[in-house]
Design a protein around this ligand. Structure first.
Ligand code: PMP
Length: 442
């Protein structure tokens, strides 16, 4: 078993240099056009042609249950979202320098889900842009430069945000002004995750202070997705956030993955921890695939930043972006998707826990709502089993389920279907994973 720290995307991606399946003309065109930046899921890539609800259909007409993608969170190609985008696109689409009823209505709706301290919203086109801006605001307001993130975090693709995304750094380590701490799980901190995580944050602050940077912010994905999904016990973030605040730093909640009801208990991941962030960033499911993202921030922090530099984002916060995002909110409410995430998520965890009782290759199962991490391990040693994860991912593809993995070794299955998943679909997945694990045992 190899436990190197290569990302699962790398390990399970199509390898153009192998020439193995370059027979496909579309694949050749893609490789010619995109070159080294082309990363495709699976050794044998799939050409998708349509999707609806939790299902995607490929060019041969095969249907796949999507357990991978948390962007089409209210269901692929949801008709209400499509209609809202189309109608607004036919009416007006311009930049955010004009007054716009739909935009203000949306922002008021969004803010009604958030703590009242967070009064201002800056709309962007990607989670990366939102995090980049949050980091700059933290730096300006604290006068400090240091950031604390978890060891396998991902926060985006700009230069600044890549520096706090250790999972994206293939060779190097984070720069000196970034201190990484272990993911908040029992492997790193034993039984008292809150105390252990808090201690790690205190240590990071001391290090940043020693190095002369001070602490600008603790930046955490509220469900630690790329670290391998760490959700419990709810409330464990509280001490660490207090510690950062006492040291003069800010707390940025990255809700790009857990936001918009996915965790079931709450609309936002940080709310499970009973903390109030200074800034919240969001994206992915916000427009169900339409590129809309945002930073929500305390007004004084934004004011201080804007006194210093301007911020404008041409495609951020257009009326079409607002219409898409508003329609997503409406669907979540009208279809009770947060509650569904809670109910079906619990059902999935119960079924997986049952399975783990008889299969020692299944280690910890963590998560909240429809955001579940399942560790695959060597049954003898309990060590992370990354190769097994790849086999399971490809086996599930044969069973028509799409799924990915996370964590430092890529051995944590990341279970993240659309929030409209029903019990029949949950059972389809459970049957499929049972079959795959059985097959791999023989
Ligand atoms: N934060 C987290 C936690 C993410 O998972 C991602 C995207 N995977 C981002 C930020 C960046 O978002 P985007 O790709 O929209 O720039």
């Amino acid at each position: 078993m190899s436990n190197n720290k290569r990302g699962i995307l790398d390990m399970n991606a199509f390898d153009a240099s192998s020439q193995e399946s370059i027979a496909s003309p579309l694949l050749k065109r893609r490789t010619d056009n995109i070159g080294a930046a082309s990363v495709l899921f699976y050794k044998k890539p799939i050409e998708m042609v349509s999707a609806r609800g939790c299902w995607m259909t490929d060019v041969a007409g095969e249907r796949y249950l999507d357990f991978y993608n948390n962007v089409p969170s209210v269901g692929h190609c949801h008709p209400h979202v499509t209609a809202a985008i189309t109608q607004q696109l036919e009416t007006l689409n311009t930049n955010s320098r004009y007054l716009s009823e739909i935009t203000e209505s949306y922002l008021e709706k969004l803010k009604s889900t958030l703590p009242p301290e967070l009064k201002n919203v800056v709309m962007t086109c990607s989670g990366s842009e939102a995090n980049d801006l949050a980091m700059r605001i933290a730096k300006t307001n604290t006068g400090s430069q240091g950031f604390i993130v978890t060891a396998t975090a991902y926060h985006g693709n700009t230069e600044y945000v890549t520096q706090v995304s250790p999972s994206a750094l293939k060779h190097g380590v984070c720069p000196d002004y970034v201190v990484t701490i272990p993911e908040p799980g029992s492997a790193a901190y034993g039984d008292d995750i809150e105390a252990g995580f808090n201690q790690a944050v205190s240590g990071a602050i001391a290090l940043l202070t020693d190095r002369g940077y001070g602490v600008a912010a603790l930046l955490c994905d509220s469900i630690f997705s790329s670290d391998g999904v760490f959700s419990d016990p709810a409330g464990f973030l509280k001490s660490a956030v207090d510690t950062v605040h006492r040291a003069g730093g800010l707390y940025i909640a990255d809700e790009v993955q857990p936001g918009f009801g996915r965790t079931g208990d709450c609309f936002w991941g940080f709310q499970r921890h009973g903390v109030v962030p200074d800034m919240v960033t969001m994206g992915k499911p916000m427009g169900n695939g339409f590129p809309v993202a945002a930073l929500v921030v305390k007004p004084d922090l934004l004011q201080n930043f804007c006194d210093d530099v301007g911020y404008f984002n041409t495609f951020g916060g257009t009326p079409v972006a607002a219409a898409a995002a508003m329609a997503v909110m409406e669907v979540i409410e009208q279809e009770g998707l947060q509650q569904n995430a809670k109910t079906i998520g619990l059902y999935l965890r119960q079924q997986l826990t049952l399975l783990s009782k008889t299969d020692k290759r299944i280690g910890e199962i963590r998560g909240a709502g429809l955001f579940i991490g399942l560790d695959l391990c060597d049954p003898g040693t309990g060590e992370p089993a990354a190769q097994l994860a790849i086999q399971v991912i490809n086996g599930l593809r044969d069973e028509k389920v799409l799924i990915g993995a996370a964590g430092p070794y890529g051995h944590t299955l990341k279970i993240r279907p659309p929030l409209c998943l029903n019990q029949k679909e949950a059972d389809f997945f459970i049957d499929a994973i049972k079959k795959v694990l059985e097959r791999l045992a023989n």
